[in-house]
Design a protein around this ligand. Sequence first.
Ligand SMILES: [Zn+2]
Length: 276
Amino acid sequence: MGVVSLNLPQMGIIADGDMETFEQVFNNRLALAKEALMCRYEALKGTPSDVSPIHWQHGGLARLAKGETIDKLLVDGHATISLGYIGLYELTKLMTGESHTTPKGQEFALKVMQKLRAAVDDWKAETGLGFGLYGTPAESLCHRFARIDLAKFGEIEDITDKGYYTNSYHVDVREEIDAFSKLQFESQFQPISTGGCISYIEIPNMAKNLDAMTQVVEYMYDNIQYAEFNTKSDYCQCCGFDQEIIINEDNQWECPQCGNKDTSKMNVTRRTCGLK
Ligand SMILES: [Zn+2]
């Protein structure tokens, strides 16, 4: 039914290291988020199946009668409604002075996550709606929240001075950490954030080291619920080159094998998660 996301770093900025203030702000924001989510539910309630017959009448999602409302599909486990969160790293830094990868930071970060989870569990029991805790993907929200806070609170070192907030429970992209440790560390947040969670590692061209690639995939399988690696999957239509197409000194895409620079004859895909 939708998502409302909490700006965790903003709570940390307001609390400025004071745990009591943080608790207050945290609880107020949680109550506000619940109200906003209930608004979504109320807005959907009473919607007739006729708004989208392919979804509600012809089996895309259900086979309701014409004129019937979708109400019974909004409850009893048929639909989810999500509480998102951004910037566990920044919040931890603001409140403890350390990254959430240190023992002290980790303890605080896990407590925050467990409180978020307890809140959605309570709401679920109370309303019968499928509340879930959702690691917000935040392709744009991590910028939006940071931009808002920069305007509101000014430049704060390591928080609002970098143009983005860290997605969900992720490790700060600037932190030195190997792929295996990152997956291991982040895996502990996933069983708490069951409404949605994904961990990423960014990898270079591994075409010549497939054994290592296999190891990474096996490690993911054994250690973490949901993870991905981001890598290059380019293709030069002139020569069939299928590794990384580069940007040359003149700032043009160029096939390193045949020198093709015609962008209508190459496929280049980039998915960047986090910023560096
Ligand atoms: Zn080529």
